[in-house]
Design a protein around this ligand. Sequence first.
Ligand SMILES: C[S@@+](CC[C@H](N)C(=O)[O-])C[C@H]1O[C@@H](n2cnc3c(N)ncnc32)[C@H](O)[C@@H]1O
Length: 265
Amino acid sequence: MSAPVRFTIETLFPELVLPWTREALLGRAAQRGLVDVRVNDLRRFANTPTNRVDDAPYGGGAGMVIRVDVAAAAIDEARATAPPPDEVVLLSPAGEPLTQRLVERFAGYRHIALLCGRYEGFDARTERLVDREVSVGDFVLMGGELPALCLLEATVRLLPGALGAEESHRQDSFTTGVLDYPEYTRPLAFRGDEVPEVLRSGHHARITAWRRAQALARTAARRPDLLANAALSDAERRALLVNEPTVNGNGADREGSAPETGEDG
Ligand SMILES: C[S@@+](CC[C@H](N)C(=O)[O-])C[C@H]1O[C@@H](n2cnc3c(N)ncnc32)[C@H](O)[C@@H]1O
């Protein structure tokens, strides 16, 4: 069996992070030896008489800034471990967006170190010490712990053996370049809303074609920006282009009509 993927999380609040790593999917992945999460207290690296990790910003202004020497000591320690991190990632609202493509890259690594900010974030010189800055969205959280956990969980679920059914992430939203198709379970009818007939037909080719058409219709309605880079057949591309003015309009046609691709039965 291959060595577990190592995550080193540097944070001022280990007690916020640790429970998440011990439960459910992450906890099981650790028990099975797929992942090894180490959570470090950044305060260990405070090397001042007052033991402070932060200080007031040069130039004035509200809030405190985490010192670069504290960040550097944490990064140096992480880089000195074996295996060394393939990447040291700083969680930051100014980073590149966390996407499934990026997560797929992380899932191929042996060790990722994650640096979680607090307060007004890290001294800007920290940016030159890391390999990448990653943001989880255009909003500002109080700390990098939740973004780090998002990155961790999204990565771990891609590791072979982490999910119950080996296949279950293959159709996920974004993995295929488009959003996932809608899923249904019992009851058959709920407040007059019935499970689509095709899903009860037992006709696998029809079900596959319907799901693909639904995934494309949802993507066109909700996230048309994804279609430019999605893997589409010529027929799908033509169908979506024909539908584009309606589907991409003001959302009134949301999921109204799935494109007829004429494929897969
Ligand atoms: C209050 S934020 C600092 C915000 C900073 N003053 C700014 O406006 O960019 C404190 C820390 O939370 C984390 N953080 C907040 N929002 C984030 C986001 N959208 N993505 C990734 N990290 C985030 C970062 O680690 C950041 O250093």
